[in-house]
Design a protein around this ligand. Sequence first.
Ligand code: PMP
Length: 439
Amino acid sequence: MTDQIDRAKLAQALENEEDLFHRAHPKSYELYQRARKSLHGGVPMLWMIRWAGSFPVFVKEAKGARFTDVDGNSYIDFCLGDTGAMTGHSPDATVEAINEQIQKGITELQRRFKLPYWQFALTATDANRFALRMARLITGRKKILVFNYCYHGSVDETFITLDEEGTPISRPNNMGPQVDPRETTKVIEFNDIAALETALSARDVAAVLAEPAMTNIGIIHPEPGYHQALREITRKYGTYLIIDETHTICTGPGGYTASFSLEPDFFTLGKPLAGGVPAAVYGFTEEISQAFNAKLDKDDADVGGIGGTLAGNALSIAAMKATLQNVLTDEFYAKAAKLQEKFTAGVEGVIAEFNLPWIVKRLGNRSEYWFRPTPPKNGGEAHAAIDPELDRYMHLFALNRGILMTPFHNMALISPDTTQEDVDYHTKVFREAVAGLFG
Ligand code: PMP
């Protein structure tokens, strides 16, 4: 029974063990000090700070049911990744890669996206959810703010929209929400500085979650000065700014953030990050790292609503590193931007030829045609411009001739393998589709 334990004796025994641990793990300690400079808490996923010792053991290699740490200590592993490695550990090379690749992968994230601390998730949805939780914990504020017709993955708080009178409502078809999103979220139109000031001035908003240019209701660019105002107003009212670059990573190698020198508090990214392997990241500032640590109850870090067993898995991290270093390169972005210019010019040529009240919007290697004469300023305007029948016709016409456009809107992305011929063929098919309607 616990009350029969001699507590003084236990405290002494624990101290002895801590001493032993320190002496047996000098290299793990060294690596931990290094990891703390780039990984929040010195670990790829928050729950990993919950070790019995005062720092984690760094694994050198593992095979079957045994592993060896970087100090040469070997262990029988009954934990087995909390079921994640119930199959027995992978061959030596796979596990060795974890250490090396985490280091290199993180350096690449810091270099590109300019934030010092990073954590892993498996989906952009989760990266956003975790960033929101951190922001609410630090600020002690319950609400978040999003833009009308945003999409940030299946993040519960974001399924809110404005009705025709401008009143917030639960987004139509919001499936089984646990609470009415009006309790958690404020929603305003993008590009509306006055509405932003009003919404944040109550000082109850923990974070603004935003795409730097909206992409999920079509491409909507920020108006000149909007980002500066967004940053100034969020700072003024103590609200964090989370920039979700999951789609706008199409802008350039460092996303919209690097191309336009934004200064987010959090940066989230998923989807193309690991070339199709599930992987996402969220990065944040030094100030956030410290404020978060000050609020963190380390003993319950693993059950606090942030993290996932396989979030920092070796496969995702290796794929992420390879994709960032070899696929989403500066050269790729330069080449894709040129091709996208041609794509856009082709579509614009047809629009001019048929004298249509349509436009094309472009963001890096992404473009899109709109069936309206001027660019929409916000989600509400964009939503009102949707013509489902015309959309369907344009899509099906293309599909029937061997071209797949992005569903829900007429969006096209350029990949490293897209060719000039592909772009020209699209222009030809687009012209035929238009001619079929207006010719
Ligand atoms: N953020 C943005 C901007 C997105 O467009 C999406 C998905 N379309 C997500 C987050 C969520 O990504 P996932 O579904 O992979 O979690």
